[in-house]
Structures are given as structure tokens and as C-alpha cells.
Design a protein around this ligand. Structure first.
Ligand SMILES: *Cc1c(COP(=O)(O)O)cnc(C)c1O
Length: 480
């Protein structure tokens, strides 16, 4: 038997009959009665009821009605090796039987945590020789904030506490994570950002690149960092944080000139560079880390999601030599950490996940085969009358729904935001068996790295169909 086969297994097919036995309405009722979902309008959800996911295999999900859906979002950017990997379940089971938990405080450690730290050092860029584990990406970014401030304190620069981030960035939902992030809606609830965190513009060419080449715009957008450093005073700035490609913000792929210029500016003023690779790392963009793709040498890398393919929660920070050497040599306790830092079960899942990525050469497959193929097929969607702009990087892709197309793309006529055209389109995607996320009018995908060319064809076919249906719908409403 081929393990982890991409086609639905017999067990999955059998479960489809069981699926008919699920009482979806009753589950939805219980769900509404007791479960407050993340990032959700509770009242609105109670009116519609949640979709109940019951099973996953390969790139497919099944809901409680027995409907098969292509998971174009890998769960939530995380199920890189696809669903149904029994070798991960087995690794987790074995570790739970042996040692389900022990902490890493009080001068203790555990085998999977040690092995995973060594493994991450092996696959990460050369400046990384240390790892700090957390339970999530948000906690990883909390760690970054504490760590960069501790670094500058230890060096005697008590003033260097400000971290610069970007509007429309996503760095998690803890108080520090949401503050580092640049989501207006999140900041509005709870008086964020906390002091010492400031934001500059994002490198969004479709939105702001009017009248410039991508190359020029990339340099200009990076220049906003230098302007902010000068405005604040370089002696106040601790670090810059950015996602190599913004994920939750709508798959914003910066021009090639952007990141090298950001690196140059960080170097010029001696400030630390933090790459939040929670989405980009572990093969998503066809390299182990996007920092390799964009030719930058960050001092800290946040990871989570793809490190375990989401099978068990795990996050952390890769700590580069520049920071680690100071933290270690200067001594003194770093007053930070979590009960579950280095959780043995999560680390066992990550080790098996990385073994699969390596053995099946999934990162290389995205780089040489499926990434370029998706680029070719997805870019062609820009010919659809509803699509103003479409771009991809590895297995991340996005397209902008527009009322009227134009050249240059910045002149496209957009839909009124209140019309929620993205959500209408997303409804057709769900209805036709594809999960594609809507960020405003930008429709995005990030499928499992195991997706084949034939499955990419299926997915693109569904997107064309749904774009046609969305267009007919909007015409019916008189919106185009
Ligand atoms: C998802 C995400 C986070 C937060 O990770 P959680 O595990 O949800 O806390 C942080 N940064 C980026 C770039 C993310 O995509």
C-alpha cells in the first residue's frame, strides 16, 4: 500500500456513508450554543450555522453533509504535507506513550525538543544556530519583542525599544502580536498597538504602484522604512519586522527590489531584522525559508504553522548568532517562556513532518514543478473580465476582483467595499467544492504542497467556473 496516497483512501470513502449519518443541524445548534469561534461575528454565525468539517485526506476535506472540498488554503496556511499522514499520528502516539509532557524550565530538557532544535538549525540559513520554542506564531512574535529589547538592554542601549512594522501585516492575535500586526480592525478593539510599535506602508503594487515600474515601487516602499527610522531617531529603533510575503493581508507579493533594500537599510542603521515566516517557511514558496528566496539574512525568524503541518500546535523563533551570542555570553535569566515551550509531542510531530518534506522532496517539487505550473495557470486567470491583477509565489496566489479592468492595473475600477464581492465569490467557491479565501476583493489560495499538476488543473477549472458564476450574479444585481 502506498502510504499517504493523494487519492481518497478506502477509509475516507467509507466515512462518506457515515457522513450521511451526521445530524448537521444538531451539531450547528450545539456549536452556536457554546462555541465562540475565533475572528467571528458570533451573531451572524448563529444565523447561518457553521460548516462542520469531519474528515481530511490529501488535499481534500469532507463536511458533515458528505461534500468533498479541495482545501485551497491548507487548513489555515499550515497543512503543508496534506491530511491523513499516518506516520505523523504514529510519531505523536509513540511520544505520548513514552513521555506526553515535561517542561524545559529548571535545567531540564527532552529528546524531541533537542532533536528538533538541531534539525531546524540544519535546514535554516547559516546564521541560525539556536531555537526558542513556543506554542504558536503569536507567542513567537511576543518572544521576538521581548528578545530584541533584552538584546539591546544587554548591550547598554536602553533607548532602543521601538519596533517598526507595516500596515496590513499579520503577526498574530496576542496583545504584542496584534500590536506588531497592522490590522486596523484588531487595533480598534482593545486600544492597540501598545507603546513602542509603529507602522509604515506595505509594498502593495496593485494598490500603490501607480506610474512606477515594480522595481521603482519596491525601492520606494522600502524607503519608507528609512524615513521612519530617521523620523524616530535611529538610536530609538530596535528592529523591523515583516512577513516576506504578507499572508492574511491578502498574499501581497513585494517587488524583487523590496527586501534587499530593506536589508540594506537595516544594516545601515544597525537595527535587527525579523522575518515572520509563519506562513512562508517549510516549503510554501519553494524554499525552506523565504529569506533564501529574497536574499535577506534576518536576525530572527518566526515560525509556526508548517513546522508541524498543523497536526499539533507548535511555534517558535530561530535566533541568529548576532542575538544568541549576546543573550548567552552576557548571562542573566531571560524572564520569558511558556509551559509548553519544547512540548515533546509537538516536537515529535514536527520531526516527522520535516522528515516527510525531505523524503518526498516536497520543497523542491514546489520550486521546480508545481510552483511554476501554478504561476502559469493562475496568471492566465487575469484574462477573466472580473480579474484585474493576479500573481503567485510558490504555492501562494491571489487575484483582485474588479468592476472594470485597466492597464496599468492601478487604474482598474474597484467595487464598493460594502458590497462584499469577495464573500459572494467565496460562496460560489465553497458551493462548487473549493476553499478559496476572500480578503476584501482579493481571492487567495495556498494549497497543500502535495498538490499535483492534475489537481492544480481541477482547482483552476473550478476558479474559472466560480468567476463566471460570480460575474453572472453581479450582473444580475446590476453591479457591473
Ligand atoms: C498565523 C500567523 C501568525 C500567528 O500564528 P498563530 O499560531 O495563529 O498564533 C503570525 N504570523 C503570521 C505571518 C501568520 O500567518
Amino acid at each position: 500500500m502506498v502510504p499517504n496516497s493523494l487519492a481518497p483512501s478506502a477509509a475516507v470513502l467509507a466515512s462518506l456513508d457515515q457522513a450521511r449519518a451526521f445530524d448537521t443541524k444538531a451539531i450547528q445548534k450545539l456549536d452556536s450554543a457554546h462555541y465562540l469561534h475565533p475572528f467571528t461575528d458570533f451573531k451572524a454565525l448563529n444565523e447561518t450555522g457553521a460548516r462542520v468539517m469531519v474528515k481530511g485526506d490529501g488535499i481534500y476535506l469532507w463536511d458533515s453533509e458528505g461534500k468533498r472540498i479541495i482545501d485551497g488554503m491548507s487548513g489555515l496556511w499550515c497543512v503543508n504535507v496534506g491530511y491523513g499522514r499516518t506516520s505523523i499520528s504514529e510519531a505523536v502516539y509513540r511520544q505520548m506513550e513514552t513521555l506526553p509532557f515535561y517542561n524545559s524550565l529548571f535545567n531540564t530538557t527532552n529528546l524531541p525538543a533537542v532533536q528538533l532544535a538541531a534539525k531546524l538549525v540544519e535546514i535554516s540559513p547559516p546564521q541560525f544556530n539556536h531555537v526558542f520554542f513556543t506554542g504558536s506564531g503569536s507567542e513567537g512574535n511576543d518572544t521576538n519583542l521581548r528578545m530584541v529589547r533584552r538584546y539591546w538592554d544587554l548591550l547598554g542601549y536602553k533607548e532602543r525599544h521601538v519596533v517598526i512594522s507595516r500596515h496590513n501585516a499579520y503577526h498574530g492575535s496576542t496583545v504584542a502580536g496584534a500590536s506588531l500586526g497592522g490590522m486596523g480592525g484588531m487595533h480598534a478593539q482593545g486600544g492597540l498597538p501598545i507603546p513602542g510599535i509603529v507602522h509604515i506602508g506595505q509594498p502593495n503594487y496593485f494598490e500603490a504602484g501607480r506610474g512606477k515600474s515594480e522595481e521603482q515601487f519596491g525601492l520606494e516602499a522600502a524607503g519608507w522604512l528609512e524615513a521612519k527610522i530617521i523620523e524616530l531617531g535611529p538610536e530609538k529603533v530596535a528592529a523591523f519586522i515583516g512577513e516576506p510575503i504578507q499572508g492574511a493581508g491578502g498574499v501581497i507579493i513585494p517587488p524583487a527590489s523590496y527586501w534587499p533594500e530593506i536589508q540594506r537599510i537595516c544594516d545601515k542603521y544597525g537595527i535587527l531584522l525579523i522575518a515572520d515566516e509563519v506562513i512562508c517557511a517549510f516549503g510554501r514558496i519553494g524554499k525552506w525559508f523565504a529569506s533564501d528566496l529574497f536574499h535577506i539574512q534576518p536576525d530572527l525568524i518566526t515560525f509556526a504553522k508548517g513546522v508541524t503541518s498543523g497536526y499539533v500546535p507548535l511555534g517558535g523563533v530561530l535566533v541568529g548568532d548576532r542575538v544568541a551570542d549576546v543573550l548567552i555570553e552576557k548571562g542573566g535569566e531571560f524572564h520569558h517562556g511558556f509551559t509548553y515551550s519544547g512540548h515533546p509531542v509537538a516536537c515529535a510531530a514536527a520531526l516527522e513532518n520535516i522528515r516527510i518534506l525531505q523524503e518526498e522532496k516536497l520543497v523542491e517539487q514546489v520550486h521546480v514543478e508545481t510552483g511554476p505550473y501554478l504561476k502559469q495557470q493562475f496568471s492566465a486567470l487575469a484574462q477573466h473580465p472580473l480579474v484585474g491583477f493576479a500573481d503567485t509565489c510558490g504555492l501562494m496566489a491571489g487575484l483582485n476582483l474588479v468592476r472594470e479592468k485597466a492597464d496599468p492595473v492601478q487604474d482598474c475600477v474597484l467595487f464598493d467595499v460594502e458590497k462584499n464581492v469577495g464573500m459572494i465569490c467565496r460562496g460560489y467557491m465553497f458551493g462548487n467544492g473549493l476553499i478559496m479565501r476572500a480578503v476584501g476583493e482579493r481571492m487567495i489560495i495556498a494549497p497543500p504542497l502535495t498538490i499535483t499538476k492534475a489537481q492544480i488543473d481541477d482547482m483552476i477549472g473550478l476558479i474559472w467556473l466560480c468567476l463566471d458564476q460570480t460575474m453572472a450574479d453581479l450582473q444580475g444585481r446590476g453591479w457591473i
